[in-house]
Design a protein around this ligand. Structure first.
Ligand code: IMP
Ligand code: MG
Length: 181
């Protein structure tokens, strides 16, 4: 079967899976004997959270949240909207927000402030990718899959205009790639 190639491959499925396993081991160690609520940020984190959770041995419960600061372009609008709120009771719970990518940090800063209102025992963030050089918000990710440069990436859950989430690798797009899509 032909493989669909879009952009330049940055991380393969194998590399992502290996890194997820390492991070899961770290989470297991940090939360030994405790339960964790994994909060999947829709839609981009679906593949990454699957990789993380299947390797965890601590007890977990799963829920979803949807927040967005992006329109259909490659730049942030800066305005964050919560579109779907988790139903699970987070009072006194350990929460790990599992994110696809942290860019300016605006989205997560807002989301974390909202979640704090529910009185969790702790909140940490586990992101697949981190663009530290783009950060404008005062926000720190606790578990980071990979640090990347200021690139626009797609695949493995990440989209461009809601497409390419299904690619089994992470690739990056350059201006001329975007023009061809
Ligand atoms: P932030 O609020 O600027 O940190 O934006 C975070 C959100 O923007 C992420 O959760 C993604 O949904 C989206 N995003 C940021 N950079 C990229 C990218 O390179 N590719 C695809 N989506 C991105
Ligand atoms: Mg996201």
């Amino acid at each position: 079967m032909a493989e669909r190639k879009f952009g330049k491959v940055l991380f393969t499925e194998e590399q992502i899976s290996k890194r997820a396993k390492e991070i899961a081991a770290q989470i297991d160690k940090d939360y030994e004997g405790e339960e964790v609520i994994l909060l999947c940020t829709l839609k981009g984190s679906i593949m990454w959270i699957g990789d993380i959770m299947k390797h965890l041995t601590v007890d977990t419960r799963l829920d979803f949240i949807s927040a967005s600061s992006y329109g259909s372009s490659t730049t942030s609008s800066g305005v964050v909207k919560i579109k779907f709120d988790p139903e699970i009771n987070m009072y006194n719970a350990n929460v790990i927000v599992v994110e696809d990518i942290v860019d300016t940090g605006n989205t997560l800063k807002y989301v974390l402030a909202k979640l704090q209102e529910r009185g969790p025992k702790s909140i940490k963030v586990c992101t697949m990718l981190n663009k530290e050089s783009r950060r404008t918000a005062d926000f720190h990710a606790d578990y980071v899959g990979f640090e990347i440069d200021d690139l626009f990436v797609i695949g493995y859950g990440l989209d461009f205009d809601q497409k390419y989430r299904d690619l089994p690798y992470i690739s990056y797009l350059e201006e001329d790639d975007i023009d061809k899509l």
